[in-house]
Design a protein around this ligand. Structure first.
Ligand SMILES: CC(=O)N[C@H]1[C@@H](OP(=O)(O)OP(=O)(O)OC[C@H]2O[C@@H](n3ccc(=O)[nH]c3=O)[C@H](O)[C@@H]2O)O[C@H](CO)[C@@H](O)[C@@H]1O
Length: 367
């Protein structure tokens, strides 16, 4: 298959695309892939690191208030559509897949106008602006939360889950050792990160809680987010960090590490949720209040309702609350087991295979 993929800005849109590509190459080894992202998003690092060819475009989002910047946004969009058309003519994809972010808006729109088969993947329970816009033009729409179905034209929608779930499930028996981080393999590990880019409020709370985490019988791996690391290092300059705690900017190769985690503290981004439910990892979810239609709260509620996670809203987040919930889960094997089982029941570990079927369906419809 010749697959053109576009999705960008944040890890939540990129990792599902990469997981799909990895699986497609396994089942159809002669697959050719080209990825189109933005000049500034996380994809600039993650996509080439995965050995995938990347073309970039300059894009930006709309501002809520009337502003000249919006004129520039429209200009950049039209310019990107023009460039996307050229990329499509040169690469000649069998199908184009969009996984969200502004850049996929331009690329999928161009593909649809070019009569190339198109599929979008929506990771969230509340549909993003780009996918909402594209839903009129594309052939097929793959979703990961049932709640998204009613927000799209019904005849185009298929439930597939999130391909990242299949990628992490495939590595569930990973032989990763915590010694890579100077931590121990026989001590339960609490992993903490605030989404793919880190979250200031979560970071500050963990900094406040560190003196206590130092004294726990469990260990903590805390990722601050690449851009926020230097700031946190400064904050921690005078704080003693115990042998059971490790602070890093970013955790690479998550599929190898996530299976070894006893519990996770994180934002309630859709891709993180796909991962923890594929593996059965108990979670403390702190939804971002800064996302469209508060969709992370809805993502989190799907797990909380089934006792697979506890939720702390950001307005209730402080070191004391975080420690209380972390201790409750980390110091109780039975509770962790119950939460793990509940989480796993929500997982979709064959999501990439489902999405591949949808890609073929879109191709077949055009024949
Ligand atoms: C602020 C914002 O707009 N967030 C959105 C963004 O989330 P964002 O990209 O932050 O979050 P997701 O939870 O969806 O994905 C994060 C991904 O990054 C990985 N990871 C994280 C930290 C780390 O150190 N290393 C690492 O590899 C996680 O394992 C996961 O695969 O896209 C998601 C769509 O999918 C949405 O649901 C989120 O609401």
């Amino acid at each position: 298959m010749r697959l053109l993929v576009s999705g960008g800005g944040t890890g939540g849109h990129i990792y599902p695309a990469l997981a799909l590509i990895e699986r497609l190459k396994q089942v159809e080894p002669d697959t050719e892939v080209l990825y189109v992202g933005t000049t500034r998003g996380l994809e600039n690092k993650i996509v080439p690191d995965a050995g995938i060819k990347l073309e970039t475009m300059k894009m930006q989002g709309f501002k809520r208030s009337l502003s000249l910047e919006n004129v520039k946004t429209v200009y950049l969009f039209l310019n990107s559509v023009h460039r996307a058309k050229k990329i499509i003519r040169d690469f000649k994809p069998d199908v184009v897949l969009g996984t969200g972010g502004y850049v996929s808006g331009a690329v999928l729109y161009a593909a649809a106008k070019h009569h190339v088969p198109t599929v979008i993947h929506e990771q969230n329970s509340v549909v993003g602006i780009t996918n909402k816009f594209l839903s009129r033009y594309v052939d097929q729409i793959a979703i990961a939360f049932e709640a998204a179905r009613a927000q799209f034209p019904a005849e185009k929608v298929t439930m597939v889950g999130n391909p990242r779930a299949q990628q992490v499930a495939a590595q569930a028996d990973s032989d990763f050792s915590w010694s890579t981080y100077g931590l121990k393999d026989d001590v339960p590990t609490l992993m903490i990160f605030g989404g793919s880019q880190g979250a200031p409020k979560i970071n500050q709370t963990v900094v406040d809680a560190l003196p206590e985490f130092n004294r726990r019988h469990y260990q903590v791996l805390f990722a601050t987010g690449q851009k926020r690391y230097d700031h946190i290092k400064q904050e921690l300059a005078d704080v003693k960090i115990g042998d059971n705690v490790k602070v890093v900017p970013y955790i690479k190769d998550m599929p190898a590490k996530m299976p070894k985690v006893a519990a996770l503290v994180s934002r309630a981004g859709a891709t993180t949720i796909a991962e923890v439910t594929a593996l059965g990892v108990p979670t403390i979810l702190i939804p971002s209040p800064y996302v469209t239609a508060n969709h992370q709260v809805k993502n989190a509620q799907a797990l909380v309702r089934k006792n697979a996670a506890v939720m702390i809203t950001e307005d209730h987040l402080d070191a004391r609350t975080l420690l209380l919930q972390a201790d409750k889960i980390m110091e109780n094997n039975e509770l962790r087991g119950e939460m793990a089982t509940a989480a796993k029941q929500l997982g979709k570990p064959d999501a990439a295979d489902h999405l591949i079927k949808v890609l073929h369906q879109a191709i077949d419809e055009h024949r």
